[in-house]
Design a binder for this molecule. Structure first.
Ligand SMILES: *Cc1c(COP(=O)(O)O)cnc(C)c1O
Length: 245
């Protein structure tokens, strides 16, 4: 089991490198984030021991459960799941350094209030629903610029870029369109030169489509299945509002 995880990481690293080479990019520009939902701490540790440093959970509960076990190995925690405002306190407690899933003003405002009280700051990405699916979280593409402007006034939140899940489809062209849209919104925001907004990160691409995402400019790919194997819990448990709690 150990060797499987290690082999899989090497395979994913190789895919990243190849996608970069094909597209004239430096592999150093693309960070590999391990999406660890449903994965036991023991197995995450194997990945961290290979020198991986960036992991992310979707649920505060899982972050909490694995926190003590993972503490001994230095790593960086991001948060990629739907965040309820009543869980903000907890993600700060477990040292999350970047939240990829900011998709509404009230969430940003509450996060800012809490950070102010704790005298802390955090990196955030704005999650965009590039596939226009009702079942997916994320701000509507045509509302992202307004949202970024509104959130940019909160000095505890450093807006570093955008995140999307995109369409999960075997049709590469349709998947690619989602990533192109995210890149296009990023470029528009860069042109606006909004204070407190830097926009260097594009968090897009997962096990099935990271190659396309890198071709379209991804700087963070979020990979679960290709490293840890299939999950038993369906993803819409994490992604679809109607199935939540
Ligand atoms: C689970 C998850 C991933 C990883 O998906 P895989 O297909 O297993 O690589 C990436 N991003 C988010 C937001 C996820 O919930």
């Amino acid at each position: 089991m150990n060797s499987t995880i290690i082999d899989n990481i090497n395979t994913v690293r190789h895919r990243i490198k190849e996608a970069c080479q094909k597209n004239g990019r430096d592999p150093q520009e693309v960070k590999l984030l391990l999406a660890t939902k449903t994965v036991a701490a023991e197995r995450i540790k194997i990945a961290l021991q290979t020198g991986q440093t960036l992991i992310a959970e979707n649920k505060v509960q899982e972050l909490k459960e694995k926190y003590e076990d993972l503490k001994e190995i230095p790593h960086n925690n991001h948060f990629i799941g739907h965040l309820q405002t009543n869980k903000i306190k907890e993600i700060l407690k477990y040292n999350v350094s970047c939240v990829h899933s900011i998709d509404r003003f009230d969430l940003a405002q509450k996060l800012h209030q809490r950070l102010t009280a704790e005298n802390k700051t955090i990196d955030i990405l704005i999650q965009v629903n590039t596939s226009y699916e009702e079942s997916k979280y994320g701000a509507a593409p045509d509302q992202v610029i307004d949202l970024v402007r509104q959130i940019s006034v909160f000095n505890t939140l450093h807006i570093k870029g955008l995140m999307t899940i995109g369409l999960l489809s075997a049709e590469a062209d349709r998947v690619r369109k989602c990533f192109q849209l995210l890149k296009q919104i990023q470029q528009e925001i860069i042109r606006l030169d909004i204070p407190n907004v830097t926009m260097q990160e594009l968090s897009m691409g997962m096990s099935g489509d990271l190659d396309i995402a890198i071709a379209e400019g991804a700087t963070i790919v979020r990979v679960g299945t290709a490293i840890f194997g299939q999950r038993n819990t369906p993803d819409n448990y994490y992604w679809n509002e109607n199935l939540m709690e």
